[in-house]
Design a protein around this ligand. Structure first.
Ligand code: NAD
Length: 294
């Protein structure tokens, strides 16, 4: 769908290509030292269509970037231990640099319990609660969830100033809303986090210079939520009955006021995949550097 004059449409695919090129440079430098960067994916999704699509796009992007990507199917009907022991084994494998666990998880296995099996040094999608803790404590060393990091990379690529600006994040999940808020705070933005119980959502959102929508509610953010000149980052992805992916932002409604916005698809999604690979390359680089130093 074309955007009427008004908001500039941010090209997530172009940003993703630049981030993948950075990851490819690191991967190439590692290969010259005899190290093949490798991302391992535990897959307990038993053919879930959305998950399969996402894993195919990661594999494709990894291949283009010179990063290995191994998918390890695990029977979701088996015991939870099948997933947790696979994650533990992958975490302990010196040939593996990044480990992620693809959702949906088997019933009874929480994201926190699965994430806790991934060593922080290999936790390239920030799934271990300890990684989020390090992020919250401002300690560095851990990776943020790739989607939250992608939000910051998009703002950086677009030259959007954050220091001293008002940022509003709609959504407080552990994978997107909270880490995005922490990363915005680290950039010295003044951050408000909204959620399903927030009163007067539109008025709070209108305070934003940067509005990050991560609620998973198509069309939640409309004209009333966006102040003139705001930059709107739409993280939401919801499959509609027609098979089309919908964001949280009503693009046509906000475009007259917003300065710029990310479309769905073609916004945050491709940048997330690229950032995951960048973090895998960084994890491999750190592992190699500490091996040389020890
Ligand atoms: P979630 O369901 O775990 O969390 C949603 C959050 O939104 C909650 O904190 C909830 O309080 C809030 N919320 C729900 N309805 C609301 C409302 N009416 N008003 C205000 N807040 C409301 O979801 P999630 O895992 O954080 O994902 C959020 C969205 O981002 C989903 O659409 C998901 O598909 C998408 N997502 C996209 C990517 C990507 O790469 N682009 C990655 C991860 C998630």
């Amino acid at each position: 769908m074309s955007t009427p004059p008004g908001a500039r449409r941010i090209d997530g695919r172009a940003i993703a290509a630049r981030l993948r090129a950075q990851a490819a440079e690191v991967a190439s430098a590692l290969r010259e030292r005899g190290v093949q960067p490798l991302l391992a994916v535990a897959d307990p999704t038993a053919g879930d269509e959305g998950a399969a699509w996402y894993m195919r796009s990661i594999s494709r992007a990894a291949e283009q970037t010179g990063i290995g990507c191994q998918i390890h199917p695990v029977d979701p009907a088996g015991r939870q231990e099948a997933v947790t022991s696979l994650l533990t084994r992958l975490s302990g494998d010196p040939a593996v640099h990044g480990v992620i666990c693809q959702a949906p998880l088997p019933p009874g296995l929480t994201a926190a319990a699965a994430g806790a099996c991934i060593a922080v040094a290999k936790d390239v999608d920030g799934a271990n609660p300890a990684s989020l803790g390090q992020l919250a404590a401002g300690l560095g060393g851990a990776f943020a969830p790739a989607t939250a990091a992608a939000v910051i990379e998009i703002l950086r690529a677009e030259g959007v100033p954050l220091e001293g600006r008002r940022a509003v994040v709609v959504g407080r999940s552990t994978v997107v809303g909270k880490p995005a808020a922490l990363l915005l705070l680290a950039e010295n933005a003044t951050v408000t986090v909204c959620h399903s119980r927030t009163a007067g959502l539109a008025a709070v959102c209108r305070e934003a210079d940067v509005l990050v929508a991560a609620a998973g509610r198509p069309g939640l953010i409309g004209a009333a939520h966006v102040a003139p000149g705001a930059v709107v980052i739409d993280v939401g992805i919801t499959a509609t009955p027609g098979g089309v992916m919908a964001g949280d932002v009503d693009e046509a409604a906000v475009t007259p006021a917003a300065a710029a916005l990310t479309p769905v698809p073609g916004g945050v999604g491709p940048v997330t995949t690229a950032q995951l690979l960048r973090q895998t390359a960084a994890a491999a680089w750190r592992a190699e550097t500490s091996r040389i130093q020890s």
